[in-house]
Design a protein around this ligand. Structure first.
Ligand SMILES: Nc1ncnc2c1ncn2[C@@H]1O[C@H](COP(=O)(O)OP(=O)(O)OP(=O)(O)O)[C@@H](O)[C@H]1O
Ligand SMILES: [Mg+2]
Length: 282
C-alpha cells in the first residue's frame, strides 16, 4: 500500500474529568505530514502527544478542527492506519504468531494466508524462533518487536508510534531504531513517532516537531537534513540535538516543569476501535 499524508487543521481536544474539571489536551494545532516521511514528535509529559496520535488514528473525536489522512477526513478508526502504543498491548493468551496475525484475522483473512504473512514479518523483526511463544515469555524489546510486526501485518499506509521504545535499555532501543528505519526505508510508509528521547527523535526523524502546552502549540518544527545512517557524534547531529533540547527546556519552563496534572482516567468518550487500527488499545 502506498503512503498517506496527514493534514491537521486547528485541532482541539478537551477532556472532562470525572469531577467535572476540563483539561484542554490540544488546542489550535495545525500540521502537515508528507506521505512517506518519518516525523518525530517530542514535548513535555501531558502536552497532548498521545491525544494527537489517537485523534489521527480516529480513536478519539476532536472537540474542534479537522484531521485528514490521504485527503479523506478521519471519521473513525481507519483500517489502513497501524498503531504501536505506549504500553505493550499484546494479547497475553495468544501466541506471537496469532498476535501478529490479529489484524488480518479481524479482516477475515484465512489462516494459511495470515500465518504466512505473520511469519514473513516475524522474520523481518528477527523473531521467527518465537512464533509459538506467549508474550510473557518474551523480553520487553521482543514484545515491542511483535507489536511492530503486528502493526505492519495489514500493510498500513500510516504508522503511528507512541513511545514504542520508551521502556527499553539503550542498546536494545538503538537496535530497534535501526530495524524500524530499515522497515521504513523498505516500505516507504508514513511514520509519525512520539518520543521523550531527543536523541531518538534526531536519530530517526526527517523532521522533529516540538509540541508545547499552555498554550497548546507547535513550538518548533526542525528539518533534520542529515544523511543516513546518522552518526550520533557528528557535529550536525549534536547541533540538531541542542536545538531541540533548548526549545524543549524553554517549553517546560513555561509549562511549569513538564509535570502536568495526572491522568484522570477515561471518560468513555473513546470511539470503539474494534475495526482497527491494526493494533489493540492500551
Ligand atoms: N481519557 C482522558 N480523560 C481525561 N483526561 C485525559 C484523557 N486522556 C488524556 N487526558 C489529559 O490530557 C492531557 C494530555 O494527555 P496525553 O496523554 O495526550 O499527554 P502526552 O503528551 O501523551 O503525555 P506523556 O508524555 O506523559 O505520555 C493530560 O493532561 C491528560 O491528563
Ligand atoms: Mg503519551
Amino acid at each position: 500500500m502506498s503512503a498517506s499524508g496527514v493534514r491537521v487543521r486547528e485541532l482541539a481536544r478537551t477532556f472532562e474529568a470525572r469531577d467535572g474539571t476540563r483539561v484542554e489536551a490540544l488546542a489550535g494545532i495545525s500540521l502537515d505530514i508528507e506521505p512517506g516521511s518519518f516525523s518525530c514528535i517530542v514535548g513535555p509529559t501531558g502536552c497532548g502527544k498521545t491525544t494527537l496520535l489517537r485523534v489521527v488514528a480516529g480513536l478519539l473525536e476532536p472537540t474542534a478542527g479537522s484531521v485528514e489522512v490521504g485527503d479523506a477526513p478521519v471519521t473513525g478508526p481507519r483500517r489502513e492506519t497501524g498503531m504501536v502504543f505506549q504500553q505493550y498491548s499484546l494479547f497475553p493468551w495468544r501466541s506471537v504468531l496469532d498476535n501478529v496475525g490479529f489484524g488480518l484475522e479481524v479482516r477475515g483473512v484465512n489462516k494459511p494466508e495470515r500465518h504466512a504473512r505473520a511469519r514473513e514479518l516475524l522474520e523481518l523483526v528477527g523473531l521467527s524462533r518465537f512464533e509459538r511463544s506467549r508474550p510473557y515469555e518474551l523480553s520487553g524489546g521482543m514484545q515491542q518487536r511483535v507489536a511492530i510486526a503486528r502493526s505492519l501485518a495489514t500493510d498500513p499506509d500510516l504508522l503511528l508510534m507512541d513511545e514504542p521504545f520508551g521502556a527499553l535499555d539503550e542498546r536494545t532501543r538503538h537496535r530497534l531504531q535501526d530495524e524500524l528505519l530499515a522497515v521504513w526505508q523498505r516500505t516507504g510508509k508514513t511514520v509519525l513517532f512520539v518520543t521523550h528521547n531527543i536523541d531518538e527523535a534526531v536519530y530517526l526523524g526527517e523532521r522533529v516537531i516540538v509540541l508545547a502546552d499552555r498554550p497548546s502549540r507547535i513550538a518548533d518544527d526542525l528539518s533534520v537534513g542529515l544523511a543516513r545512517p546518522r552518526d550520533r557524534v557528528a557535529p550536525g547531529f549534536t547541533a540538531a540535538l541542542l536545538r531541540v533540547r533548548a526549545v524543549l527546556e524553554a517549553v517546560m519552563q513555561q509549562s511549569g516543569s513538564g509535570d502536568t496534572e495526572p491522568k484522570t482516567g477515561g471518560t468513555d468518550e473513546e470511539r470503539p476501535d474494534s475495526r482497527g487500527p491494526a493494533c489493540c488499545g492500551r
